[in-house]
Design a protein around this ligand. Structure first.
Ligand SMILES: Nc1ncnc2c1ncn2[C@@H]1O[C@H](COP(=O)(O)OP(=O)(O)OP(=O)(O)O)[C@@H](O)[C@H]1O
Ligand SMILES: [Mg+2]
Length: 510
């Protein structure tokens, strides 16, 4: 290259390098491009950026142009080791005119097999006085090339790289800090995965957080699917017992005789079939929390026995009269009206008062509609991730859901979102994708509404026709397993027309 030509190439290379370094947030890619530019414009063969890890003091090749992945992986040095290590140690450039003649040159990566023909230039990557790493290039050995000239260019490139690294690191530090803060905030408002924003739930969580660290007995009330078990776990896991057992027993799911054995455990030979002794749930929960789910379904005989455990913190296994002491915290839950049951003599009053130390009533979802969009978003993320999808809800779909009564509460909403994520083929979930309008039709329609309308207005033709249409649509939908496209075809309607009618006829059900 002629000197002038060379000068131009240098300028151009520097200009391009500075551009590429700030072109995106993909640091590695940018650095690699910079190395490639040096090679393209200035005939520098292998370009390597080795960075210092301030924590370990180790030097590692971060990017390299002209080295294989394997060679890159081998490029690790300590400060002071080899040429690279020395440049870091002294903070000044080094040139090896002929690497074949230089014992300090380690050739650790094993990349230079044609050793004797190569010069090696190495400059520190410095920001103010701080050494961040080393930039090094190979050059074909040639007596006529001035190393000073090359070093000057390389030092400029190194300083550009240093600035980029600093900027990049500051940006990511900031980002990590922000993310950590966000996570902390999220956790604060998402108490152990409980999603909420409504004032009613905020109040409940506030109390839950307050009483979690104590041993106070908690009685959770609320309809099915409102999140009683979720809250019970949250209280347990944020209590000092959190690392001990959380033992749940569903008093409604097990027949009375078995329930007693399940709760108290038994000794070998306690009853026919008791071939070995077995610990009960009460014993298993020792040190931890016993969750008595559906406590309102506990048979009256067992209510007395349970009361004794609560009062004395001790019990006997079936078939044994040896008392076992336990340290358990009780959290009970029920959707039954315990007060009425007490009045009717179905639930022991003394047990009721024992359990009702901290009563927490979780309102049904329809009474805290503000929570619906948050829950939709939460479950959407969860199931998108689970099924590898990226569906989104149209805002009007969420709006629509907020008018629905959700008799199955959060559980119903969760199941609905899961089903939609699984079944929807388009990107956006629309109102017409919602299946429950149909379920509501299922519940609210024939025969009662139909016959009532007929009775009320026996001569109103429009009403009768509508009623007939409604019934017919419902029937066909049912026959098609609620596949709207299929039903529309059978009915001779477009999908839009059908969807309009479904909405029209399901009004009043919400
Ligand atoms: N606020 C909430 N945030 C996130 N998920 C929730 C919330 N409330 C309930 N869920 C989820 O809804 C489902 C039902 O909750 P859970 O089993 O706790 O209800 P439950 O009140 O115990 O119902 P049941 O009385 O029928 O046993 C669970 O999958 C739970 O994780
Ligand atoms: Mg439950």
């Amino acid at each position: 290259m002629e000197p002038l030509e060379r000068k131009n190439a240098e300028l151009l290379a520097l200009f391009e390098v500075s551009k590429v370094l700030t072109s995106s947030f993909e640091l590695k890619k940018n650095l690699f491009q910079a190395m490639k530019l040096l090679s393209d414009y200035l005939d520098m063969r292998r370009g390597t950026i080795t960075l210092l890890d301030p924590k370990t003091g180790e030097l590692r090749i971060e990017v390299a142009y002209g080295l294989t992945e394997e060679q890159i992986a081998k490029g690790r040095y300590k400060i002071g080791e080899g040429i690279v290590g020395r440049v870091v140690e002294y903070g000044s450039p080094m040139v090896v005119p002929d690497i074949g003649k230089e014992p300090l040159f380690l050739n650790r990566t094993g990349a230079r097999i044609e050793k004797d023909k190569i010069s090696f230039l190495c400059v520190p990557i410095k920001f103010k006085e701080e050494i961040l790493g080393v930039l090094s290039v190979d050059r074909i050995f040639d007596e006529s090339i001035s190393f000073e000239e090359d070093l000057r260019v390389l030092e400029i490139v190194a300083s550009l790289i240093a600035q980029t690294l600093k900027l990049y690191r500051a940006f990511f530090e900031e980002k990590t800090k922000r993310e950590e803060l966000e996570k902390e905030l999220m956790e604060r408002y998402h108490f152990h995965n409980i999603i909420y924003t409504s004032a009613a739930m905020r109040e409940i969580i506030k109390t839950a957080i307050k009483i979690a660290p104590t041993k106070a007995t908690v009685l959770l009330r609320g309809e099915s699917g409102t999140g009683k078990e979720l809250l019970a776990k949250a209280i347990h896991f944020s209590s000092p017992r959190g690392d001990k057992a959380f033992v749940a027993i569903n008093c409604a799911a097990i027949p009375e005789t078995l329930l007693e054995a399940e709760l108290f455990g038994f000794e070998k030979g306690a009853f026919t079939g008791a071939h070995t002794s077995k610990k009960g749930k009460i014993e298993l929960a020792d040190g931890g929390t016993l969750f008595l789910d559906e406590v309102g379904d506990l048979p009256i005989t067992l209510q007395g026995k349970l009361l004794r455990v609560l009062q004395e913190q001790s019990f006997e296994r079936l078939g044994s009269n040896r008392s076992i002491r336990v340290d358990i915290r009780i959290i009970a839950a029920t959707h039954r009206p315990l007060e009425q049951m007490v009045k009717r003599g179905e639930f022991r009053e003394d047990l009721y008062w024992r359990l009702n130390v901290v009563p927490l009533f979780i309102p049904p979802l329809r009474e805290r509609k503000e929570d619906i969009p948050l829950l939709v978003d939460y479950f959407l993320r969860k199931y998108n991730q689970l099924y590898g999808k990226s569906l989104k809800f149209k805002p009007e779909t969420v709006e629509y859901l907020m008018h629905y009564t959700f008799p199955g509460n959060v559980r119903e909403l969760e199941n609905l979102v899961e089903r939609l994520v699984l079944l929807t083929e388009r990107e956006w979930i629309e109102i017409s994708d919602l299946p429950f309008t149909l379920n509501m039709l299922d519940k609210g329609l024939p025969p009662s509404t139909h016959s009532k309308e007929k009775l009320n207005s026996p001569y109103n033709l429009k009403k009768q026709l509508e009623s007939l249409e409604r019934e017919r649509i419902f029937q066909v939908l049912k026959d098609c397993n609620f596949n709207q496209s299929k039903a529309a075809k059978l009915l001779g309607l477009t999908r839009r027309q059908l969807s309009y009618r479904i909405q029209k006829y399901s009004k009043g059900q919400f």
